[in-house]
Design a binder for this molecule. Structure first.
Ligand code: PEP
Length: 245
């Protein structure tokens, strides 16, 4: 039985004050959630305060990206063992915004995955197709290649031990959600690609998840939670999504 995970990706939002309010709001409701893992991924400068504010609660804290390098002259980058060292448990790798805006190729994403995994962080590997790719019938091919690049580098067992997030690019921040059937089709293909080891892999859906659409998404057999962007910036809304997982 896979335990659901709901992860909030705060992207580049927030201030000292709003992060305090958001953490306090999530902590106040987290105790009464059922059997679900909850994670927040704040902007990196707010990770230490989020860790402090979440301390003693069941809410985990993670990073939004990580360097593929272990250490050195890489101005502005953050190494995996730095995230691990301050108490992060997870890190998102390969988010479509990183792929599109910061030119992260499948090979770079695989290197980042490997760097995170090597220090004991659990990578959340994001995969997903653009609308154009979906319209051309390439969804499973594109997602399959994104996944395969990481499997090729680290082996299927390490990918299966991580978390995979299927995030159709056209559904991120647009208010348009994949139908539960569209999402399930891709989740099932991902699980199949992970072979038998994938039976225990948590595969999250991401793309305009809200409390009003979470239940039907979570009802799909291969969907084990969500990676939530916009709706994770409101504690009540985020907690409602967690409750449904
Ligand atoms: C995301 O950024 O990973 C995401 C899914 O965003 P949103 O929920 O806002 O679509």
């Amino acid at each position: 039985m896979r335990k659901s995970l709901v992860a909030g990706n705060w992207k580049m939002h927030g201030s000292v004050q709003s992060v305090e309010r958001l953490c306090a709001g999530i902590v106040s409701g987290a105790g009464s959630l059922g059997d679900v893992d909850v994670l927040v991924c704040p902007p990196s400068v707010f990770i230490p305060s989020a860790l402090q504010l979440m301390a003693g609660s069941a809410v985990a804290v993670g990073g939004q990206t990580v360097s593929e390098q272990a250490q050195g002259a890489y101005t502005g980058e953050i190494a995996a063992d730095m995230l691990k060292g301050i108490g992060c448990q997870y890190v998102i790798v390969g988010h479509s915004e990183r792929r599109a805006l910061y030119a992260e190729t499948n090979s770079v994403v695989a290197d980042k995955f490997a760097a995170a995994e090597a220090v004991g962080l659990t990578p959340i590997l994001c995969v997903g197709e653009t609308l154009e790719q979906r319209d051309q019938g390439e969804t499973l091919k594109v997602v399959g290649e994104q996944l395969q690049a990481v499997i090729h580098l680290v082996g299927v067992d390490k990918v299966a031990a991580a978390v995979v997030a299927y995030e159709p690019v056209w559904a991120i921040g647009t208010g348009v959600t994949a139908t539960p059937e569209q999402a399930q089709e891709v989740h099932a293909a991902i699980r199949q690609q992970l072979t038998e080891a994938g039976n225990g892999t948590r595969i999250l859906y991401g793309g305009s998840v809200k409390s009003s659409n979470a239940a039907e998404i979570f009802a799909q057999p291969d969907i084990d939670g969500a990676l939530v962007g916009g709706a994770s910036l409101d504690a009540d809304e985020f907690l409602k999504i967690c409750q449904q997982a």
